[in-house]
Each structure stands twice: as C-alpha cells, then as structure tokens.
Design a protein around this ligand. Sequence first.
Ligand code: GLY
Ligand code: MN
Ligand code: MN
Length: 453
Amino acid sequence: MFFSSKGRDPKTIPYFQGSEFTGMKYNRIDKKLFIKNRQDFMDHMETSSLAVFNSNDIYPISADSTFPFQQHRDILFLSGVDQEESILVISPNATNAEHREVLFLRETNEHISIWEGEKLNKEAAFEVSGIKTVYWLQDFERIFNQMMSEVDNIYLNKNEHLRADTTVQTREDRFIEKVRNDYPTHQVKRSAPIMHQLRSIKNELEIELMQKACDITKSGIERILKFIKPDVWEYEIEAELIHEFIRRRSRGFAYTPIIASGHNACVLHYIENNAQCKDGEVILMDVGAEYANYASDLTRCFPVGGRFTKRQKDVYNAVLHVKNEAQKLLKPGITLPDYHIEVGKIMEGELLKLKLIDQTDIKNQDPKWPAYKKYFMHGTSHYIGLDTHDVGPWNEAIKPGMVFTCEPGIYIPDENLGVRLEDDLVVQDSGDPFNLMADIPIEADHIEELMNS
Ligand code: GLY
Ligand code: MN
Ligand code: MN
C-alpha cells in the first residue's frame, strides 16, 4: 500500500496546518512540496538554460464581468502561487545566486487590498513558495534581459496535452511569441515533456491533497443518498453537492458535473442537469470536488426509487465487474494502450453475457472499432491530478505514484439506461492500486440499503 489513510493524526496532514493566508479557501500547503518540484525540474534542465512559467489570465465574459480565476497548473506545481499576473523564472546556473529562482508578482498596495482583498506581498510569497527573490512585475523586462544574457537556451511552456484545444491565446502563448521575437538567437527547449513526467508521479503530499478532494466528494455523495427520490430535479442534486463541497473548503466541482437520469445518462457529456428524475430510472452522477486545485473524479449510479430492477442490476454488476478487473491491471509496467486492449476483452465478455452483442458481431467487427464499442465508446482511464484529465506520458509504461481513474460504462439508449462507475486509484510498487475512493459506496445492494435505511 502506498500509505494508509487510516489512523492519521490530523496535525500531520499538510492541508490541516491552520488558516494562514493563501488567498484561497484551502489551507496553506507545505512549501517543501514546491521546493522539491522545482529541484526536480532543474534536474531535467540542460546547462546554460533558464525556464519561465506564466500564470493564467483572468478570462473575460462581457462588460466588466470575468470568470473566477483559475491558476495555470504548472506555475502552481512549481511555486504554489495561486494568483494572476505572476511569473516564475528558474535559472539554475545564474551567476547571481539570488537569481536562480525568481518570482515576479503584481505589486500590491492599499488600493488593491481595499478593492480586491489581500494579495501576496514578498514575505507571503516566500512563505507560500520558498522563493526568496521576489520582484514586482514592472521590473520583469529589465531583470529578465539580464538573466537571458547569461544563457543559451530558454525552456518555454506550450500546452502539449493530447486533447488541448488551443483556440484561445493564453498568457503563456503570448509570452512565447514575445520571447521568440525578442530573443531570436536563443535556443528554445520544451518544458512540457518534463512537466508531464513530473506531474504524472504524485508524491505523498500530493496524494494527501487528492485524498482530501476525494473525501469531500464522499461527503457530497453521503448527503445525496437519501435526498434522491422520485420527482427530484437533477439541478437540486447538483445544488446539494456544491453546498457540501464548499462548506468543506473546496472551490466547488473539479469539472462540470454530469447529473443524468434515465436516457440522459447515454449522452456522455450531458451537463444541462435540468430534468426531473422519474421512479424506475437510474441516475448517473459524474461529480467530483476539487481541493487546493487537485481534482477528484467520481461516477456513481443510483436507482431513483431506491431499488434497481433485475435488468438494471445485471447491467450495473457487469460494469462493476469490469471496473474491479480493470483496476487490478493498473500495475507498473503496463502501457495505457495495452491496458485499454485488455479492458476491452473483459467488457466484451460482459456484453456477451448481457446478450447485447453476440459472436457474429465479434466475427464481423472492425478491429479499429470492436463490437463492444457500441455500448462502451470511451476510454477506461486517464491521468488525474491538478487537472482532471491530467498531463502524463500516455504511451509509456505506467509507474508507482501515478494516479488514474478507472471508469468503464455501458450505455443502452433503447433501455433509457446508462451505467458508469469511476474511482481514482494510485499505482503501487506492487499489488493492487490504492483506491482513494474505497469508502464511497459502490456495491448495488449496499446502495439500496443506504437509500432505504
Ligand atoms: N468527468 C470527466 C471524466 O470522467 O473523464
Ligand atoms: Mn468522471
Ligand atoms: Mn474521468
């Protein structure tokens, strides 16, 4: 086992260190996490190089409205700074030792503190990040120019997530353009492959934060177990969940929640959550809390009336069987593509038993889109961490400390039934993965018992 979640002294848990200022709902994270992460990044850098990481913009809606700020996960991972208009520069060989790690922050002042609240001053920035050298943003051009004059290479941080949609130009993208224009004779290196490696393997501090996110999700599920009744509306369930999440110091959902009763569960990205749940239907809930920017990602399916029909339970148990078998495969050495092939075979067996496919379907199947895909058309597992669909080396052998979801499903529109079950699992050195959601009810009989007790 990676470590046990039982018997912990709360005082030793990093997210339980009191309410020092972070500017956020979550408690201060021990800065040793960020100090270590920066050291790990430096260990991957070539000599005569520096690396730059930018915060996200605050994105506009219209008029003077903006979306709530969400920090870029890479500067967060390397510094803990959860604030807009921030820049981190790492330059391990800088002749001025004070310039080996530098933060540039927006200058705070009395006006800002009255209108926007407290922002990081230089002392607080050190307490959060462990970085001693903090300048205000207006000094960036001058100091950065000096730093660039000492190196041959610059690591730039393009979003290289496999499924990234890059139509919006980020602050990082603008910076890349400017650097390429202002410093055309420097060699550009890619930060993304290093970040994907580092962020994919979680250390104990990160696992604690992810456990906290999963525990908050668990509280939400406990809250709705008895709230779900015939004629409740999907958005009423969403409201119960977010209430529970926020009161436990989460900012809210880690991703847009899917609360899908009956036929809606067959629409994979259903997010309207505006239907009334009817007796006899099953409701699929793909809902996870975030904590300190770490995601949890859970799916559970409950019978609206408190009891599954025989057919619903058969389908449910088929999905549960695939999940139980699939997660055992999440062991060091297997690659995700090979894992997905193996899970496909397990699912095929279950769909045959449910008589949803037959041997003729299998004989005639397109190997690129096997027969089981008619009822299970999405992947089984993805990396999870600071992003719900986290970064990681998708085609390499998996390693201890990686965290994956396991989320098989069967969707039968003709029966107004969709079942998916999803937990978050930490790969161990040996043995089965450690389930961060092991305490959240999943057995069909247990769910019925809890709904009716
Ligand atoms: N909630 C998104 C996913 O399960 O991947
Ligand atoms: Mn999910
Ligand atoms: Mn997922």
